[in-house]
Design a protein around this ligand. Structure first.
Ligand SMILES: *Cc1c(COP(=O)(O)O)cnc(C)c1O
Length: 235
């Protein structure tokens, strides 16, 4: 019988091999792996870190803050990937080194005011490319949204303590990962569009989870966010 730690380690190795294989086949750079540890206990996160993970992704600021304190001596980066409420801006600015899920000027402004480090906090803008109403993200699924989208990004990019690096999306779950492809393609094309229209150099695309990361890599993901394929199911 394998222990839970051994299972996580072997998942970690397998997922990394699959990421590399998918990137090689697609002729793209190997994306950075964010291991998503939301709702996972300390023992699971220890096993993930021991396996070699260097970027951990969390969704809930208070839960994350406790874990970040606990693992303060480890050389890992913590990325915020979950839906952000503006009253959590301070916890986020003080604990995370990267934010994937910024989707409103109000939140961006509040985080900007709370950044304590000398450098700028790198952020990605979460876009809703699928049109599913329950999902967070700046509306971007139809051309009629794009003028507003450009205006919001232009405002966020004026903030002095955060630095917009790219885009993120979280399409609705679909048992057939092929159905995520159109959303990933749209995110990539929107990044090119934003770069042209606003003279920016965005180059990070955070897309793909345990179910569809192979497809996301084919479509240019520079970050994949993978939880259960490595950690096992969440409690
Ligand atoms: C939970 C979560 C993931 C990881 O999903 P898995 O199915 O566990 O791989 C990725 N991105 C976001 C935004 C999430 O909330």
């Amino acid at each position: 019988m394998m222990t839970n730690t051994e299972i996580i380690k072997s998942n970690w190795i397998r997922v990394n091999e699959e990421i590399k294989k998918a990137a090689d086949l697609a002729g793209v750079k190997v994306p950075k792996l964010v291991v998503v540890t939301k709702k996972q206990p300390i023992e699971v996160i220890s096993a993930v870190i021991q396996s070699g993970a260097v970027i951990l992704g969390e969704n809930y600021p208070e839960e994350a803050e406790e874990k970040i304190k606990f693992f303060a001596d480890e050389h890992v980066e913590w990325h915020m990937i979950g839906n952000i409420q503006s009253r959590k801006a301070e916890i986020i600015a003080k604990n995370f080194s990267f934010v994937h899920s910024l989707d409103r000027y109000k939140v961006a402004h509040k985080i900007d005011q709370k950044v304590v480090s000398d450098g700028k906090l790198p952020v990605l803008l979460e876009l809703n490319v699928s049109g599913e109403m329950s999902k967070s993200g700046i509306p971007a699924w139809e051309e009629r949204h794009w003028a507003d989208l450009l205006r919001v990004i232009d405002e966020i990019k004026q903030l002095s303590r955060i630095e917009v690096r790219g885009l993120m999306c979280m399409p609705p779950f679909d048992p057939d990962p092929e159905n995520s492809r159109k959303h990933f393609v749209k995110l990539r094309k929107l990044m090119e569009f934003i770069n042209r229209q606003l003279g920016m150099n965005l180059d990070e695309l955070s897309m793909g989870t345990s179910f569809d990361y192979h497809i996301a890599i084919q479509e240019g993901a520079t970050f994949v966010r993978i939880g259960t394929a490595i950690t096992g199911e969440r409690k």
